[in-house]
Ligand binder design. Sequence first.
Ligand SMILES: Cc1cc2nc3c(=O)[nH]c(=O)nc-3n(C[C@H](O)[C@H](O)[C@H](O)COP(=O)(O)OP(=O)(O)OC[C@H]3O[C@@H](n4cnc5c(N)ncnc54)[C@H](O)[C@@H]3O)c2cc1C
Length: 505
Amino acid sequence: MTTIHWFRKGLRLHDNPALQAAVVENYELRPVFVLDPWFVANSRVGINRWRFLAQTLTDLNTRLQAVGTRLYVIRGKPEDVFARLFKEWDVHKVTWEVDTEPYARSRDEAIEKLAKEHGVKVCCKVGHTLYNTEKIIEANLGKTPLTYQGLQGIVERLGPPPKPLLALTSLPPSCTSQSNSPSGPAYDPPTLAELGVKESDLEPCLYPGGETEALARLDKYMERKSWVCKFEKPKTSPNSLVPSTTVLSPYLKFGCLSPRTMYHRLAEVYRGSNHTKPPVSLMGQLLWREFFYTVGSVTPNFDRMEGNPVCRQIPWVRDEKLMKAWEFGKTGYPFIDALMTQLRKEGWIHHLGRHAVACFLTRGDLWQPWEDGMKVFEELLLDADWSLNAGNWMWLSASAFFHQYFRVYSPISFGKQTDKHGDYIRKYLPQLKKYPDNYIYEPWKAPLSVQKAAGCIIGQDYPRPIVDHDIARKTNLDRMSKAYAAEKNKNPPTSNGSPAKKKKK
Ligand SMILES: Cc1cc2nc3c(=O)[nH]c(=O)nc-3n(C[C@H](O)[C@H](O)[C@H](O)COP(=O)(O)OP(=O)(O)OC[C@H]3O[C@@H](n4cnc5c(N)ncnc54)[C@H](O)[C@@H]3O)c2cc1C
């Protein structure tokens, strides 16, 4: 008989409660990852994230081989795959990590039903969040916390999250691959070609996928004790040439890194030292993650405006031309365009950079629906995460959680605060490289002679601003105030909709 551990997220051997639950009985362990060709062809996953996944699966396979088994990557739809495996592999039990996203929930319900029909036991364990999000809501008397402070109060009452489990370093001999176990290249991790990625389209890889890389990156940052203890998110820079935050997000997204491992490593670094506190501290960042996971796990239509009870209904006006200009870094605002270029090339931008481009697209300048921006992020981010992406887009568009819509980021002065010479812009928009400092954020203001000397004529080699920020800002503030007033008249304030104080992230 065999036990299947089904990897989906949680692509790691350390602190993996569901994987450990697969080796408590002495049956052969068959670790499986299901690759659905339909999903490969139709999902919103950009080439950088495909590469990250391919690297992650290869690393996972290597790590599993080191403990005496391997990863079986099985091509097909999960329902078809498991119907076949339950029969052919004489499966006794299947284990997986809890996934709170709506698509995953319905997929898992279907597999659970199938398992029952085949007499296969199912065991699901929480591993992707610090706490079981159901327990957070239970501890709040069944009410979803809709503010960060609310979540923080609950987790303080719950105490620290469980200590991480030790990494699986060896398997009992009965659980390792046997001489008659299936083998061969048909089960190998996918190549880039199989994932539809042309290698020539890829930029050099800055953040390789996999648990090995995740743990090394965590170690590297945890060694910087003073930096960790002094970390204040609002003081980190959106446009430094070397990331000013950890870039652990892609690893947390795929579960190459356990959030509990990170939490307890931070607690160790903090021990005995003065350190910053949530919401601005590094540990506070993990609580932001927990907050959006908790709300996302129970809110209907969390990734949409309509039918989403926590989201304000705002009459955005779709305009394909504006949307495309933003998406492809052609708005004529160098700070915004540099950020969107970095995002497309590298798959990651700093949190405050995300603030700037999301505000610009929605309530700040272009008045486009946050859902459309979220979909572009979903494609381009290495860390694209259903709950975090939707939650943060609602925040930035002042649709939920954050209500001070009159605080608009300037696409000109915001970036200057941390990069007055515009080095970041010069890196990502080399056509503007020769602009003098005083025009780099507003190149359209440069006299023609300066434009010529810099070798970049505005309107020809780089776009003119797609909107006038001062005018757009005023128009949109007026639209926002009307949308807020209309909501207030429609719904009396509730715990979901009452104004909350601005929190520093
Ligand atoms: C519009 C918008 C969309 C976003 N979409 C995503 C997304 O799809 N996936 C994603 O992981 N993050 C998203 N974020 C949150 C945040 O920008 C990233 O988590 C962070 O920039 C990742 O970089 P880091 O790992 O260096 O963060 P660090 O500052 O080093 O933080 C450590 C970890 O804490 C978590 N975290 C930090 N900030 C937040 C936050 N605001 N909300 C939730 N978790 C947080 C992340 O897991 C992060 O890896 C979004 C933010 C905005 C404004």
